[in-house]
Write a protein that binds this ligand. Sequence first.
Ligand SMILES: [Zn+2]
Length: 85
Amino acid sequence: MTQDSTVGELLFKTLSAMEDERREDCIHCGENWYSIHYRDGVCHSCQQKHLPGRAELARRKRHIQVMYGLGIVGLLFLIALRIFS
Ligand SMILES: [Zn+2]
């Protein structure tokens, strides 16, 4: 009896751990559901709203940083033109 409950407990814990691994939080709405419904950290309903995934967001962030960097360089260039002309 004790043996059975231990095995049962172990099995339950193992299954619970597997369940946890397959669950994910949506990066947009925070909905926690099985990973099978997720694509790139985005849940099924947010995918239908065409919200971007993790990779797309990282790409956009890099793009913004590049544009920001170019903006600063352009500004410095304009300042330099004013000073030296
Ligand atoms: Zn979502």
